[in-house]
Design a protein around this ligand. Structure first.
Ligand code: FAD
Length: 446
């Protein structure tokens, strides 16, 4: 019997980790190569010397309906590292009018919450929500704002904030189809699927470190500081990995999973078409202990800040599709975003607490219909090479859930390379079903 081939996984972001975790129960040895000195890519925590505490590179919202993410979290044994509210209740503040409300979808899929004015957006009627069904019939070229009425109150207070957050792309240019997929997997499944999963500590402690620990326990080889520079191909297969100072030949039954950002994949794989426009996310982290009664997170409309998250010793603000903020100096942004937080929390807007502004210029690909068309599938013309990453076509925008699904799908294919008749990893696993991330951290107020 030939020994099982090794699976080589390039990139230790959540997509690469998901592929490795999915394969870790198999007999095949795994090697994971990461260019930087840490895992997690665009989804990780680090110690910020300015604030004197650990922060996440950006706030990441995960929901109970993210089935692949949940399967991954269970597999790495990290469910207890998350705060898991029993109910889906998202507080919103309209900073322009001062109105406050809570979006509270009922648990089940039958949306009776729409008939309870205390659970829906104030000023809207149940039938207004039916408009969302039009998204299901939208052509691939349609944008969110072309399908839903951009002048309606519901658009301003719900559809637009959800679309911008999920797509990291303005509603006027964002893909209607991708937004529909998000609605189907969240509100469409009922409140139970919309409950937030918020890490007690940070992204690394919940999603990255436990995965590395599992992989190490299972004997996987993990190499940091290993940047892949090229791949040799021959006879329809990838046959050698070219790193900066070493080469790794691939055996006849070895598989290769490329889980690097889109632009890096396009440099490594000849002829690969990938999304080539990116959208920024700006996060402001303040060293500030939020009032005890403040919610875990809240949506803000009518200001600059879009979402505010309460952490143990930090309050963090997210602005998606933040092109308009990229050139604004950190100090001015810190003050501007803090005014929105102060209004939402009903606290003083001065002095501004110590702040760190993180501008992720290439946070995700821009989810326009044109860019969506450029997403490749998992398979490549080389029969042992499979793609993973949030840019791979999963029918979801660039999210943790999408990245994990892509990792599972690539693992499923690698599993079939080895033994086509007994592939063991289904695309979403079982269950009920930073190129070098451009981080531009700017010094904010002392
Ligand atoms: C600020 C911010 C906020 C976000 N908010 C949310 C959110 O609320 N909810 C959500 O679901 N998603 C969110 N996302 C998106 C989510 O973080 C990404 O979709 C996901 O982390 C992408 O994972 P990935 O593994 O595909 O790519 P990456 O995380 O980019 O991982 C790729 C890895 O490959 C490594 N690499 C690159 N080149 C090489 C090479 N040549 N050789 C070896 N290794 C290499 C990189 O160093 C990196 O570690 C957010 C992203 C950002 C930046």
């Amino acid at each position: 019997m030939t020994p099982p081939g090794r699976v080589h996984i390039i990139g230790a972001g959540v997509a690469g980790l998901a592929a490795a975790v999915a394969l870790s129960g198999e007999r095949r040895p795994i090697s994971l190569y990461e260019a930087s000195q840490h895992a997690g890519g665009r989804c990780r925590s680090f110690f910020d010397s300015e604030l004197g505490c650990r922060i996440d590179n950006g706030n990441h919202l995960l929901l109970a309906g993210n089935s692949a993410a949940l399967a991954y979290i269970e597999r790495i044994g990290a469910l207890d590292t998350f705060e898991r509210p029993a109910e889906a209740a998202v507080p919103f503040v309209d900073l322009a009018t001062g109105e406050r409300w809570e979006l509270r979808p009922n648990r089940g899929a039958l949306p009776w919450w729409l008939f309870d004015s205390g659970r829906r957006v104030p000023g809207t009627r149940p039938r207004d929500y039916l408009e969302a069904l039009r998204l299901s019939r939208a052509p691939a070229t349609a944008t969110v704002a072309a399908v839903l009425d951009p002048k309606s109150l519901l658009f301003r207070r719900l559809w637009e904030p959800l679309a911008v957050a999920a797509l990291n792309t303005g509603a006027e240019v964002g893909s209607a189809r991708l937004f529909w997929r998000i609605l189907v997997e969240t509100l469409g499944r009922g409140g139970a699927a919309c409950r937030a999963l918020v890490p007690h500590e940070g992204l690394s402690e919940s999603l990255i470190d436990p995965a590395l620990a599992l992989l190490r326990r299972q004997g996987a080889e993990i190499r940091f500081g290993a940047r892949l520079r090229g791949i040799e191909f021959a006879d329809g297969r990838a046959v050698e990995l070219l790193f900066e100072s070493s080469q790794v030949p691939l055996g006849a039954s070895d598989s290769l999973i490329l889980a690097v950002p889109a632009s890096v994949a396009a440099r490594l794989v000849p002829g690969l078409t990938v999304p080539d426009e990116h959208a920024p996310i700006v996060n402001a982290h303040y060293r500030y202990v939020a009032p005890a009664e403040a919610p875990l997170f809240a949506g803000l409309v009518g200001g600059t800040a879009e979402w505010v998250f309460k952490k143990r010793e930090v309050v963090s603000v997210t602005v998606s599709a933040a092109d308009r903020l990229l050139d604004e100096p950190a100090e001015s942004l810190a003050g501007r975003l803090w005014r929105d937080v102060a209004a939402a929390y009903r606290i003083a807007s001065v002095p501004v607490p110590p702040a760190r502004i993180v501008k992720e210029r290439r946070a995700t690909f821009r989810a326009t219909p044109e860019q969506v068309k450029r997403r490749p599938g998992t398979a490549t013309p080389w029969n042992n090479l499979h793609l993973a990453g949030d840019y791979v076509d999963t029918d979801l925008p660039a999210t943790i859930e999408g990245a994990i699904r892509s990792g599972f799908a690539a693992a499923g294919r690698a599993s079939r390379d080895h033994n086509p008749s007994t592939a063991v990893i289904p695309v979403t696993m079982r269950r009920t079903d930073i190129p070098e991330t451009t981080e531009d951290r700017e010094r904010a107020l002392p």
